[in-house]
Design a protein around this ligand. Structure first.
Ligand code: ZN
Ligand code: ZN
Ligand code: ZN
Length: 136
């Protein structure tokens, strides 16, 4: 397979992994699903390309680690992902919460470029499991 076609194939694989996932993914998640077949630089380059095309947005967790999730209404160079992200403290997943997020007015002199709001707690799966244990 020539280089160009291999690249297209890898892009499709990474997009499929993102589409199939209900939560945001970090590099290690892609690496695992690709069975370690792609080198790190290629995976990052493809993800960065998706971000520039308005297909994927990045989320930084509480440690500054980067996660990636699909965008829904973004266009190239014009992201509109000011929604909450939810970190489950039990299963460690990060999910996009697509509810309108109202940012309070900022004091004079501050100009907002981006919002990175991470809320933590228990996701529905974990919450149900915990509630199940407590009933026993
Ligand atoms: Zn976006
Ligand atoms: Zn959870
Ligand atoms: Zn998101």
């Amino acid at each position: 397979m020539d280089r160009q076609r291999r690249n297209t194939r890898t892009k499709q694989l990474i997009m499929a992994i993102l589409s199939d996932s209900s939560s945001a993914l970090c590099y290690e998640d892609f690496d695992r699903q690709l069975s370690g077949k792609m080198d790190k630089a290629t995976v990052y380059r493809i993800l960065q390309g998706f971000c520039e095309d308005g297909k994927v947005h990045k989320i930084a967790d509480e440690n500054g680690k980067t996660y990636y999730a699909l965008c829904h209404h973004c266009r190239s160079g014009n992201h509109d992902d000011n929604h909450l992200h939810f970190r489950c403290i039990r299963c460690r997943t990060i999910s996009c919460i697509y509810e309108p997020l109202v940012i309070p007015p900022l004091p004079a002199g501050y100009r907002m470029m981006d919002a990175n709001c991470l809320v933590s707690g228990h996701c529905p799966n974990c919450f149900n499991e915990i509630a199940g244990y407590e009933k026993k």
